[in-house]
Design a protein around this ligand. Sequence first.
Ligand code: NAD
Ligand code: MG
Length: 392
Amino acid sequence: MSSRRKRRVVLLGSTGSIGLSTLRVAENLPDDIEIVGLTACSSVTKLAEQAIATGVKNVAIYDESKAKELRGLLPPGVKIHIGAEGLDEISQLTEADIVLIAIVGTAGLQPALAAIDAGKDLAIASKEILVMAGEIITARATQKGVRILPVDSEHNAIFQCLEGHRGPDSEISRLILTASGGPFRETPTEELWNVTTEMALKHPTWDMGPKITIDSATLFNKGLEMIEARWLFGIGMDRIEAVIHPQSIVHSMVEFTDGSVLAQLSRTDMGFPIQYALTYPSRLKGTLKPLDFTELSKLEFSTPRLADFPALSLARTAGLTGGTLPAVLNAANEVAVASFRAGKIRFPEIWATVASVMESHETVTNPTLGQILSADRGSRVAAKQFTHACGE
Ligand code: NAD
Ligand code: MG
């Protein structure tokens, strides 16, 4: 008889890229993973199809104006939780063991805290919420005795490399995050001004949602991930580095104090880190194609172009300063990415927006959640003003 326990999962952001990959993982492991709740921002048709296919009894829709339409698409007996409150409610479902947060941006923060308060484990893909309030989330999780399992492939890799070494932080000398470098890894500096949204949305190795794809092109994704790692693993920013690795086969590495480096390797398929987070500590048969080492002609590593892609330095400053500054960086970046996608600013102005908003922010140290939320709001207003000025 198996000693494994079936994990009952509430999936926040089920209609997105990570959401769809999670549903595929669950479908492949019906004895180990049961989806018990699904949520979307506004895509009611997709959400209803998913609810019917999985047979869940609870769904949540963030956009309240879509609730009526959703009711008409769902079988009777499926409860609809509505709005921001609905996301909190579904994150506390009695029948759930774990809440997987795959909402893009910061809307997953309150549901994450609600899930922790209800004693649910968290699997986190939404790096933005850890950048914004990582200290508060991790402290509350420790206090409540719930686990935080990383879904982001780099952090999932580090989590695996750290297995058996959770103990003294003195055993670890560096965390090394790998970055594909995005589509403009080799683009000359002056040509970055000509980058269109379409060009930025073509990622060389990963197929992901639009916001993270743009973040990968600016390297803000890696910057956000450095801060994410800081909170997930309790390691100072001064010991977190990023290295360019265009093949995206080594997902990240840990260097220990004895000089040994452990790395995790696999193909680029988010199904793998999602599965590991949901079935941890078991390793189950998945759909990941094994690596053929004779096919891997070379694995390359190089230093990021820090001067041309200022996102990494901005993130390092935010992470080292701490307080409200990471939330400000994150919010300004969200606004700048939206403005770029709307054609209001040019590609390098994404960095300029974030830098300007960070410069004008007066950091609050040891902030409360209220102070973080207020810094987030202020940063959005400032970023909108800046991007408006750019576009004129
Ligand atoms: P996506 O844009 O494909 O999907 C986003 C999901 O969030 C959708 O289901 C959408 O309905 C929901 N959503 C958006 N705004 C919402 C709101 N205000 N309230 C409730 N729900 C809302 O994004 P994605 O690529 O799946 O990324 C999701 C998160 O996972 C991001 O934080 C991203 O950084 C992280 N992540 C993604 C990948 C990837 O491969 N896609 C890899 C690592 C980490
Ligand atoms: Mg990642």
